[in-house]
Design a protein around this ligand. Structure first.
Ligand SMILES: *Cc1c(COP(=O)(O)O)cnc(C)c1O
Length: 354
């Protein structure tokens, strides 16, 4: 074996060994007192070593790049990211002894920047969020490095047929429940990678489950789903829900495998986030609130149709990264967000902890 092949083999082994030492993420069950025929489940992706569902994506992107011989012992690794992906990638870069640079919009939450630096990553800030892709490309060129490009590769770096991807894990954990095959699986879309994996998996496994994507109102994704000719957002007014909703249709977003999209206002996402945090006794992130708001609508539709069954959604990350935004009263007031009507409605939907 050449030195280079030996290095790649050892890098793959380190990532596999890390996986081997890790447990699967929990599937939390929530019984809904007011909806006796419907059970809600939360796939808790905050329990990954780097705190979000992006841990799965970062692992897949590194393995894909290593096995394509895109990364070697001296490669500087670069990513365009609003935070969570870069946190997880910095973790894997450090594991492999590689330099890592995150290209992030200037508005990125401070705790995320701290987490990237904690894992040894460097930060390259840009004022215009629309330029992150081009700047990452340029840095890769200048350093002779590799741009991981989550928005392009998320859908193909993940093994959609199985290999313990998030969908396979959900179905295995549901096996002993009353309704083991979910009526709905609900997630958000940032890269679109998670929805692509789940959508393909349920078709490949021939499950009747439907996939719903919960999308911020100010995102292009639900517009594109309704009308494929819409590919970029004209307004610069973006959603404040980190991790989901984009101004351009990302290459990894596959509308064909999504059965329904629900557009959610930031106020309702934050209200749902608050209500779920109260119900669980711990804080969750904003995109989890977006998911829960969509679950409420699906549950009401199921009830109207006399349908019983299970709904599975994702707890994408915890609230600790949002102490100075969604959980800060001054920040909320400055944004002019009135989340309490949404929170009341979701609190009623979720009922009391049993
Ligand atoms: C990235 C992200 C999502 C969306 O996942 P994708 O697979 O990129 O579509 C949802 N929530 C959070 C917090 C994220 O960071």
């Amino acid at each position: 074996m050449s030195d280079r092949r030996r290095w790649v083999a050892n890098a793959v082994r380190r990532i596999e060994a890390d996986f081997n030492r890790s447990a699967d993420t929990h599937l939390i069950r929530l019984d809904l007192d007011r909806h006796p025929g419907i059970t809600l489940y939360l796939k808790d992706e905050s329990s990954h070593p780097t705190g979000s569902l992006k841990h799965r994506l970062a692992r897949s992107l590194f393995l894909y790049a290593l096995c394509n011989e895109w990364i070697g012992p001296d490669t500087c690794v670069i990513e365009a990211s609003s935070g969570s992906t870069a946190v997880s990638e910095a973790y894997f870069a450090k594991m492999l002894g590689l330099r890592f640079i995150a290209v992030v919009p200037a508005a990125t939450a401070q705790p995320k920047l701290d987490a990237i630096r904690f894992h040894g990553g460097e930060i390259h800030m840009v004022d215009d969020p629309g330029t992150v892709y081009a700047v990452a490309q340029r840095l890769a060129h200048e350093t002779g490095g590799h741009y991981l490009d989550q928005f392009t590769y998320a859908e193909r770096a993940t093994d959609w047929r199985g290999n313990n991807n998030i969908a396979e894990s959900i179905f295995a954990q549901m096996a002993e429940e009353e309704y083991p095959v979910p009526a709905w699986i609900v997630c958000g879309a940032g890269t679109g990678g998670t929805s692509a994996t789940i959508g393909r998996y349920i078709r490949y496994q021939r499950h009747p489950s439907r996939l719903c994507v919960a999308d911020p109102e100010q995102s292009i994704f639900h517009r594109h789903h309704a009308d494929r000719s819409q590919v970029t957002l004209r307004s610069s007014h973006m959603s404040r829900i980190e991790g989901i909703g984009r101004a351009r249709v990302e290459p990894s977003f596959l509308p064909g495998v999504i059965d329904r999209m629900i557009a959610v206002s930031d106020a309702d996402s934050i209200g749902a986030m608050r209500a779920l945090s109260d119900r669980l006794g711990r804080r969750v992130g904003g995109s989890t609130g977006t998911n829960i708001w969509a679950c409420l609508h699906l549950a009401e539709d199921m009830e109207r149709a006399g349908e019983h069954g299970s709904i599975v959604t994702l707890l994408c990350d915890a609230g600790d990264r949002y102490g100075c935004t969604y959980y800060d009263e001054d920040w909320i007031a400055a944004q002019g967000i009135n989340w309490s009507p949404g929170a009341d409605r979701v609190a009623h939907f979720l009922g009391r902890p049993s």
